[in-house]
Design a protein around this ligand. Sequence first.
Ligand code: CP
Length: 318
Amino acid sequence: KRHLLSAADLSRDDAELVLRTAEELRSLADRPIKKLPALRGRTVVNLFFEDSTRTRISFEAAAKRLSADVINFSAKGSSLSKGESLKDTALTLEAMGADAVVIRHGASGAPHRLAHSGWVRSSVVNAGDGTHEHPTQALLDAFTMWRHLGGPTGGLDGRRVAIVGDVLHSRVARSNALLLRTLGAEVTLVAPPTLLPVGIDSWPVETSYDIDAVLPKADVVMMLRVQRERMNGGFFPTAREYSRRYGLDGRRMGMLQDHTIVMHPGPMVRGMEITADVADSDRSVIVEQVTNGVAVRMAVLYLLLGGHEPAGSEPEEA
Ligand code: CP
């Protein structure tokens, strides 16, 4: 494949190849020298029109660990503020010889436009577009679940994943719902009716308004932030009511099975959708998700750009 735009682009074989490659690459983190020469001479551009902490840093670390050259471009401080279009920005990147463009954009569909416009010849990776998709987040989430619950092929079959919160605005929820279904897991989306999208019936998921009914059966609980910045007309229910009805606190954590893990894609708002004691508990794999994100993004770049060294080859000496 040349691009990664949607979790729906991935067959089960594709997804498992990414997970297996990430597993090999993750072992690099334990070596004193963490670099591989696989993408030496290649250029990866991080094109971020929206804010990011984890995804941008993670793609940068991933590309550098594969010895690619990395150009970081963020909208702030660029000529975008002077009205430059996505097309002219893309043509500029093409002129600089980008092999891969990792794009985050506030508009749903912007990565698809970039990939299929003919403006660039490079691979395009969707790093989050509007409320649409965030496929590498879903891959790193699946990888984290897979490491805790299953292991290789078939590891997530029949596992129950509860995704709780602002599904309406969540590209993470959509990409996870698609990918986890492909990998055989059963997803339940839990949210107040006001935070579920129109058309949810066509998603490959169950839905519930009742977190307390879902938690005891879940193998994984993924909490989502309420994205108030995407809500023009205010927020219903109120923050206090939301926390009471949908927040994961110590009492609710007590309802989970012994093996159940707690996840959050970040950024999290402690005290809103998750309390600090839960976020910092032994069940929480939130920090590990970030570590796994580097390995998964290495695997994605490696597979898209056709690295010329096997993933397990010797690390760089310099
Ligand atoms: N999970 C995630 O996309 O985080 P950032 O917005 O910090 O990249």
